[in-house]
Design a protein around this ligand. Structure first.
Ligand SMILES: [Zn+2]
Ligand SMILES: [Zn+2]
Length: 427
């Protein structure tokens, strides 16, 4: 059964007679098909002209113009370059749909007629810029969904908030940005959505939709531990306190948090030390050593529990050695958690869109700032498979060879359209 036939029989049937519902479903599907050539050409154009986070000026301009042409109220320069469009329909629920817009400091190596030759400045360096995470697809898909839903006119049962978000990949200087800043600047102040949906392209086979209830993507926090001992000659260690040996013990102690202390059946977690920095030459024991690393987990309580254990492990090991450990934890993106109830409610819709291509996603230890929106309203985030058939062309996100197969684009448009309409019909 086709998606909109399914919508007609299952969801719209609640509101409309079967004949009216079937007519509506058919007209929505016609609109999806009609918009696809535009979606493909937007995606190619955006791909050729990627922009780094908080500098998505051209991208934002194209989006704002499109939304205005569709008759929406449009807010621009939200969190620097973000764009919010409000599409008002009937008195039904409010659904927010989110697409991120930024490219990465990566020089494209894919052989495409619309490959990026763009350059930009990143941390003072001249770099190639590429949509190596595929956000060009997200923007093009959501522009297509906007056109389909705006085309429904009075038949749209509720309100849709279109969130085009900058700087998902983080701001170059580490300041607050992206989804968090959009919320701080009032993205949800006027209308609080009843649900928020988003998707990310991922190297599943093209056309696959993958998601899961609960934690889908990890929280990502970084930490710094400064171990301060007492400087001395390398030949006279008893005259000082060696921060290198102490830091080494802390590295091993941190590894026991996940392996020996957390409930292994609850959720996967990671504590990584990424850098150890201390000392200048072979026969001097330095005054201090810095450790930096990353923490990933899929559960909000476990996240805080790990922070506490890192503090305890580092300070007490240091104390045992007569040294001091200063622990600073920098909160990054939260867990991207799919609301279990919303997942159960919307799974039939996704099955209707993708059939057997709708699968349960594996958890991924990478992070997403969609989590900020999903902390404010029940959220559901999807992975959209974009891997080409030829396995030699399949590369992960952020690779200079990352390539998204355009066959996935209509699936993305249908998924977000159907989630919106089915959610509105069910509520
Ligand atoms: Zn990315
Ligand atoms: Zn991304």
């Amino acid at each position: 059964m086709s998606l909109f036939a399914r919508i007609a029989t299952i969801s719209f049937a609640v509101l409309l007679t079967p004949v009216a519902a079937a007519d509506l479903a058919e007209s929505v599907e016609r609109r999806v098909e009609a918009v696809m050539p535009e979606v493909v050409s937007w995606r190619r154009d955006l791909h050729e002209h990627p922009e780094l986070g908080n500098r998505e000026f051209r991208t934002a301009g194209i989006i704002a113009e499109h939304l205005r042409e569709l008759g929406m109220e449009v807010r621009t320069e939200v969190a620097h370059t973000g764009v919010i469009g409000v599409l008002k329909g009937g008195e039904g629920p409010v659904v927010a749909l989110r697409a991120d817009m930024d490219g990465l400091p990566v020089t494209e190596l894919v052989d495409l007629p619309f490959a990026s030759k763009a350059r930009g400045e990143y941390l003072g360096q001249d770099v190639g810029v590429m949509h190596a995470c595929g956000h060009d697809n997200h923007v093009a898909i959501l522009m297509g969904v906007a056109e389909v839903l705006a085309g429904m006119g009075d038949e749209l049962p509720g309100t849709v908030l279109f969130l085009f978000q900058p700087a998902e990949e983080g701001t170059p200087d580490g300041t607050v940005g992206g989804a968090e800043l959009m919320l701080q600047e009032g993205a949800f102040d006027e209308v609080l959505p009843d649900a928020v949906f988003g998707l990310h392209v991922f190297p599943y086979p093209a056309g696959v939709i993958a998601t899961r209830p609960g934690g889908l993507m990890a929280s990502s926090d970084s930490y710094k531990i400064t171990v301060t001992g007492k400087q001395t000659h390398g030949a006279v260690p008893w005259a000082g306190v060696d921060p290198i040996v102490t830091a080494s013990q802390i590295v091993l102690g941190l590894q026991t948090i996940v392996s020996r202390q957390l409930d292994a059946t609850l959720t996967p977690s990671i504590v990584t030390v990424g850098k150890i920095d201390g000392g200048v030459r072979s026969n001097i024991i330095p005054e201090s050593v810095d450790l930096i690393g990353t923490i990933r987990t899929f559960d909000a309580e476990t996240r805080l529990d790990i922070h506490e254990r890192i503090r305890r492990t580092a300070t007490h090991i240091a104390e045992a050695a007569g040294a001091k450990a200063q622990v600073d934890i920098d909160l990054g993106y939260g867990v991207t958690r799919n609301d279990p109830e919303l997942y159960q409610k919307m799974a039939p819709t996704l099955r209707g869109v993708a059939g057997s291509q709708f699968i349960e996603a594996q958890q991924t230890t990478t992070a997403e700032d969609f989590s900020y929106f999903a902390n404010e309203a029940p959220g559901l985030f999807l992975f959209l498979g974009v891997a080409p058939e030829d396995p030699s062309l399949v590369y992960p996100n952020h690779s200079p060879r990352f390539y998204a197969d355009e066959r996935a684009l209509p699936v993305g448009v249908r998924a977000l359209t159907a989630l919106t309409l089915d959610f509105m019909a069910d509520n």
